[in-house]
Design a protein around this ligand. Structure first.
Ligand code: 6GU
Length: 263
């Protein structure tokens, strides 16, 4: 997949392409990345990329002409065109589902806004999708684009090895991951759960799925509301709710103030 990032700080991406899974995807030819310097598409002596907003107010706006020329130049290079994503806090929030959708595109063009934003005509005429990574303000779209690209690149077929992608299918589907352990067997008095040492792969798999479900229930119950549960998962949750009910009843019956000898 061709991925172009349009930015006034192309050097920010040098390290991003050179590490970990992203690096492997690039080395294996699965991703052909380029950081495009928007400033190279200015035509004035001072290579200006921003200007004051019409109507007044503070902050600057990214000028449309250099951006439009940069986008056109990249589109010409991508045979199938590119799906153009503007990184902006106003956009749809990135999710695993969004990342999967972007991973299916032929080519991607990320535009990194700086200042107060980009001229609206760029959005109207050249942008297919506006994307945010969360409800907080960054100084520019560069870090957000890296976050989005990382999530997308791992989902391009062939980027993750067979074992990793199998794992993704089996339990990351809408649930949080279970805990992980490696050696030593006891660390600062805290031992690895026995079952992981049992060698019983089916039992280990059941334990992991159960822990995933329980982690999700405790940390992110909202994820369970939006996800279909299978029979085993329903049963585990029923057992948990029975246990909780017992604990609550017991607590209510043994409130400190209801015990004899206390006020
Ligand atoms: Cl995509 N850009 C900026 N500037 N801030 C953000 C963001 C993007 N996503 C969250 N905050």
């Amino acid at each position: 997949m061709h991925i172009a990032v349009l930015t006034i700080f192309p050097a920010m991406f040098d390290l991003f392409w050179e590490h970990g899974i992203v690096r492997r995807a690039v080395a294996g030819g699965l991703v052909q990345p380029q950081a495009v310097d928007i400033r190279a598409f200015t035509r004035d002596r001072h290579q200006v990329t921003d200007d004051r907003p019409y109507g007044g107010g503070c902050g600057m706006v990214m000028k449309p002409e250099p951006l439009a020329r940069a986008i056109e130049s990249v589109r010409d290079q991508f045979n199938d065109g590119g799906f153009t994503v503007l990184m902006t806090p106003r956009g749809d929030q990135l999710s695993q589902q969004t990342a999967a959708g972007l991973a299916r595109q032929q080519g991607l063009i990320f535009i990194c806004g700086r200042y107060e934003g980009v001229d609206a005509r760029i959005v109207h005429r050249h942008v297919d999708y506006e994307l945010s990574i969360g409800d907080y303000v960054l100084s520019g779209g560069e870090l957000a684009a890296m976050v989005a690209m990382d999530a997308v690149i791992r989902l391009i077929p062939g980027v993750l090895g067979g074992a990793q992608s199998a794992q993704r299918d089996s339990f990351s589907d809408g649930l949080l991951e279970h805990e992980h352990y490696t050696r030593p067997r006891v660390f600062e008095g805290d031992a690895v759960p026995e079952i992981l040492l049992s060698g019983d792969h089916q039992a280990i798999e059941r334990w992991r799925r159960k822990m995933s479900l329980i982690e999700t229930l405790m940390r992110r119950p909202d994820l369970l509301e939006n996800r279909a549960l299978d029979e085993r998962e329903t049963e585990i949750l029923r057992q948990w709710s029975q246990m909780l009910e017992r604990v609550l009843k017991h607590q209510a019956a043994h409130r400190p103030d209801s015990l004899p000898g206390r006020q």
